[in-house]
Design a protein around this ligand. Structure first.
Ligand SMILES: N[C@@H](CCC[C@H](N)C(=O)O)C(=O)O
Length: 286
């Protein structure tokens, strides 16, 4: 196989990722190189990097890197973008297949194609919502960490934590303020309660089936959308009895449909779009 350092950049609702095939790159993806590739001025620019590997337990294996070089267990937009790449670039001709991630094996389904015959709307079975504090993980003796007050800088927040493969800290608000999440998001992400750091969401429930959210992503910062955040928020809203089990999560970048069954299995459906493809320059790699 030719190692030509081919990449594809796509976005899911403005949350953008670069996809690489581990068999087609001739460089080591170090933390410094990940930071450089994700930087919009010195690299290609993206909210993260997705790398394809072969799997022994699923059709494919995916590793997900944040722009600070850390590795994430799961990513909702990342998974839909990765599945589009696999389908569009002929790695698979079935419309349903499985992907191994650090946060578990997921099932994906291409629901709708665009006028070019490429994948457009994808559903991913994201796995189960986990509320057990140790598994999230949260540094606490409590069994779950729901509706708990924590102090962050000069402010107190009521937080509810959940894992959907990766960890989330959900805060229900009457009004959503971008400046506020940009100020407190990084402090909550790095709070001593969260040994693996955490993704942060501010949520305004709108109805039994809709909520608006703002996102501060672990390792990435303020993003326009996040699939796993949408799943985390929906799980907390259902657990608190604030919404039904079919919920539309609205973000700056667009909407995702989330559905959660009685056993806390989560399904996420939404769009993806390719931005560009190319070859990473030798000059960037040296
Ligand atoms: N954008 C993603 C989440 C990516 C991983 C996250 N930053 C983490 O470290 O857990 C999504 O769409 O889910």
């Amino acid at each position: 196989m030719e190692k030509n350092n081919f990449f594809v950049k796509s976005h899911g609702l403005g949350n953008d990722y670069i996809v690489l095939d581990s068999d087609k790159i001739d460089f080591e993806l170090t933390q410094d190189l990940i930071k450089k590739i994700c930087d919009v001025h010195y690299g290609i620019g993206s909210d993260g990097i997705l790398v394809k590997y072969n799997s022994d337990v699923a059709d494919f294996k995916l590793r997900i890197f944040n722009p600070d070089g850390s590795e994430a267990e799961k990513s909702g937009n990342g998974l839909r973008i990765f599945c589009k790449f696999l389908y569009d670039y002929g790695y698979i001709d079935k419309e349903e297949f499985t992907v191994e991630t650090k946060g578990g094996i997921v099932k994906a389904k291409i629901e709708e194609k665009n006028r070019f015959g490429k994948a457009k709307i994808i559903t991913v079975d994201m796995g189960k919502a986990i509320f057990n504090a140790k598994q999230i993980p949260v540094n606490t003796d409590k069994e779950e960490f729901m509706s708990e007050k924590i102090t962050v800088g000069d402010k107190e927040f009521e937080v509810s934590c959940v894992s959907v493969g990766n960890p989330h800290c959900v805060i229900i608000k009457e009004n959503l303020d971008e400046e506020e999440i940009k100020k407190y998001g990084p402090m909550i992400e790095n709070h001593p309660l969260f040994p693996n750091r955490i993704n942060v969401q501010f949520v305004k429930p709108i109805s039994r089936n809709e909520a608006q959210i703002l996102i501060w992503e672990r390792g990435a910062g303020f993003t326009y959308a996040s699939g796993s955040s949408s799943c985390g928020v929906a799980s907390v809203l259902v657990k608190k009895g604030l919404t039904d089990r079919e919920i539309k999560i609205k973000m700056i970048g667009g909407e995702l449909k989330i559905s959660i069954d009685e056993d806390w299995n989560i399904k996420m459906t939404g769009e993806v779009q390719e931005i560009c493809s190319g070859y990473i320059s030798r000059e960037l790699l040296e």
